[in-house]
Each structure stands twice: as structure tokens, then as C-alpha cells.
Design a protein around this ligand. Structure first.
Ligand code: SF4
Ligand code: SF4
Length: 269
């Protein structure tokens, strides 16, 4: 197949740490195979050579955190046949969405010596809040296998299928001992989407939810279980408010737990 008939692929970045783009570059041999099947025409992390759109497949990393990114992502959408949001930042606002319920301006004034030069939005929001997204790959960072699987499916003319079951299911498949039951470790695996291969439980640690909510996530039951383990309800709420805390299911769970805490405080003698 000549280079001109291969699908044209572009990779763009909004507000992010570049870790998801590095997952693409780290794909090594698979990347070479991929390079034979697609034509990467715009990927600033990898090359200064860039072609304008239109693009067949576009990967967008990062959240919308700065005013100019709103127009930028709309232009990217117009140039893209199939747009994939990659990573926790692009799919739920990322760790930078912690500012969404705070005074973002106060952070800027505290951190930067010349805050007048920093133009930022008060919120960090996912790509899908601004343009139509055809597929979301979650994770901080994304799983390389999921990305390659999605691109391979598209090359074969099929719609990629991404599992929305929980990390717990993955632990059972792999025979990992449950850290929540066996060690009393606070673990968000029961309500977090699989995709990482249950990486944290494999090392005896609780999941902190970086792949975002599974479908459907029973956050009420898990919240009660974590409180039963002896965790203060504020800490339980904070666990839901972490890397993917702006995802609606985790945001609602955190707010419900925090509201319950307020009720308890009011009811206390
Ligand atoms: S999702 Fe995580 S690894 Fe990916 S860009 Fe955002 S912070 Fe970096
Ligand atoms: S176990 Fe949870 S926190 Fe760890 S990588 Fe997987 S989804 Fe992310």
C-alpha cells in the first residue's frame, strides 16, 4: 500500500503531562508494524514534520484547561473523521480537574510569580464536553494494548470494543488475591473500569481509580464498605475525587459521601 492510501493519523495534546503520548512512542515493535499500516502525519511529540488535515483518525490527549483550547479542539474535530480521546485528562478532566470545585485563580496566584501572564479556565473538562468524541480510552496513562487494539480494529473497518467491566473482574480472571477482602486495603477496583490488567492489585496495592468508573459502578456499596473499614468519610470522598474524580459517577459518589458527613455532623449531639 502506498503512503498516500494509508489512513492519515494525527496526535494532538491539550492540557496534559504527555504520558499517554509516550505510551504510543513506547510501543516499540508494535509501533513499527503500525507505522507500516498508517501514515502518522502530525505528532508533535515525535516529529517536527506536520501536515494539515483532514485526518482519518485523530488521538487527542489532555483536558480543556485554557481558553484557546476550546477553539483548537473544535478545529481538530472538523478535520477528523474519527476522534479518540486518550487518557484520564481527555476523558474526565484529569488530576487538574481537582481545581473545578476550588478557586482556580487562587492556585495561579499562589504558584506563579507573574500570574498575570497565565491564562487559564476556572475548570478542567474532558474533550467530550466540547466536541463529539467517537471513542474514549481511559487510564492514566492509557493502556498500550487497548490503544493498539482500537487502531487495529479501525484498520480492519470495525468499531473498537472497549470493556467497561471492573478491575475486580480482571483480578478474578488473573487469580489475584483481593486486597480489599484479604488485607483490608481501600481499593476502588470494584467500581473502576478494567484495562490496566489490574496492575495495582497485582502488586498488593489498592486501585485508585485511574481508568475511571466501570459500568455500572456501585459506588454507594463501596463507599459504605470503605467507611466500615474504618476510613473517615472525608478520606473516602477524597478517594473518589482523585485522578478521575470529575467523572460524573465518582463526582456524585464523593458529593453524596460528603453530604452524608455533613448530615452526621448536624445530627451529632
Ligand atoms: S491521563 Fe495521565 S498520563 Fe495521560 S496525559 Fe493525563 S496525566 Fe499524563
Ligand atoms: S489498578 Fe486502578 S489505579 Fe492501578 S492502574 Fe489499574 S485502574 Fe489505575
Amino acid at each position: 500500500m502506498s503512503a498516500s492510501t494509508k489512513p492519515r493519523v494525527a496526535v494532538f495534546k491539550m492540557a496534559s503531562c504527555d504520558g499517554c503520548q509516550l505510551q504510543i512512542l513506547d510501543a516499540e515493535e508494535a509501533l513499527l508494524d503500525l507505522a507500516g499500516a498508517i501514515n502518522i502525519v502530525n505528532f508533535a511529540e515525535a516529529s517536527s514534520y506536520m501536515e494539515p488535515g483532514p485526518y482519518d483518525v485523530t488521538l487527542v490527549e489532555g483536558s480543556i484547561s485554557a481558553p484557546e483550547q476550546i477553539e483548537q479542539v473544535k478545529e481538530i474535530r472538523e478535520q477528523s473523521k474519527f476522534l479518540i480521546a486518550i487518557g484520564a485528562c481527555a476523558t474526565s478532566g484529569g488530576i487538574q480537574a481537582l481545581r473545578n470545585t476550588q478557586d482556580a485563580g487562587a492556585f495561579v496566584r499562589t504558584i506563579y510569580p507573574t500570574p498575570e501572564y497565565v491564562k487559564t479556565l476556572a475548570t478542567s473538562t474532558p474533550i467530550a464536553d466540547h466536541v463529539r468524541v467517537d471513542l474514549e480510552l481511559t487510564g492514566c496513562p492509557i493502556d498500550r494494548g487497548q490503544l493498539l487494539g482500537a487502531l487495529s480494529a479501525l484498520l480492519a473497518g470495525a468499531m473498537p470494543r472497549i470493556s467497561t467491566s471492573s478491575v475486580c473482574v480482571e483480578c478474578k480472571r488473573r487469580g489475584y488475591v483481593c486486597v480489599l477482602v484479604a488485607k483490608g486495603e481501600p481499593c476502588l477496583g470494584p467500581v473502576t473500569r478494567t484495562g490496566c490488567g489490574a496492575l495495582c492489585p497485582a502488586f498488593g496495592r489498592g486501585c485508585y481509580g485511574c481508568f475511571g468508573p466501570s459500568q455500572p459502578p456501585n459506588t454507594d456499596a463501596l463507599g459504605r464498605r470503605l467507611v466500615d473499614l474504618g476510613l473517615p468519610s472525608k478520606l473516602v470522598a477524597d478517594k473518589f475525587r482523585f485522578i478521575t474524580g470529575w467523572a460524573p459517577a465518582f463526582r456524585e459518589a464523593a458529593d453524596a459521601i460528603a453530604d452524608g458527613r455533613k448530615d452526621e455532623e448536624v445530627a451529632a449531639p
